[in-house]
Design a protein around this ligand. Structure first.
Ligand code: PA5
Ligand code: NI
Length: 162
């Protein structure tokens, strides 16, 4: 997660605490197109500076593969963007189905006080491209302002050659 949270000092201070920010439990299936990978993601509540705990986020290696999330518990947002510059931030509430369309990078953010628990399912051949997000970040960040979640521009976002 280095370089993803805006407040680098707060992030560095947290590294000493050996905290777990999120956990993923996946039923492994063969990485082939006909298969479905599926599992549970748990993002714990908390913040790094003003920024809520979140997943690393990724594009799929096979870019045009989609994903479905079903929110089981908690309160969160899914931050998404495309290589072309579109972005979207959608709510995650228990009982909500969230569809991540093909070609959209995705990151879940816990904006609540309890664990954010989601079930996810995606094609077996999708793969995870973490490198692009590691280098350029997401265009939008979710931070707490006056006790509420707010979406802001990521001042550090920059495009890389793909
Ligand atoms: O495939 C997915 O999108 C999820 O299973 C995520 O991998 C999970 O939520 C953890 O996020 P990340 O893989 O970005 O660390
Ligand atoms: Ni995914």
């Amino acid at each position: 997660m280095k370089g993803q949270y805006l407040d680098e000092q707060a992030y560095a201070a947290m590294l000493n605490q050996d905290l777990v920010l999120y956990e993923v439990y996946e039923i492994k299936r063969p990485e082939s197109a006909g298969e479905l990978m599926h599992g549970i993601s748990i993002v714990h509540p908390g913040k790094v500076g003003d920024e809520y705990f979140m997943t690393k986020g990724h594009f799929h290696t096979v870019l045009d593969t989609a994903e479905v999330y079903y929110c089981l518990k908690g309160q969160g947002t899914m931050v998404m963007e495309t290589p072309e510059g579109d972005w979207s931030v959608k709510e995650l509430r228990p009982g909500c189905v969230l569809y991540v369309p093909p070609c959209w990078a995705h990151r879940s953010v816990n904006i609540g006080q309890q664990d954010l628990v989601t079930f996810f399912v995606y094609p077996g051949n999708a793969g995870h491209d973490y490198g692009t997000i590691e280098q350029q970040g997401f265009r939008k960040l979710v931070v707490e302002r006056d006790g509420r979640a707010q979406v802001i521009d990521n001042p550090r976002w920059h495009a890389i050659e793909r």
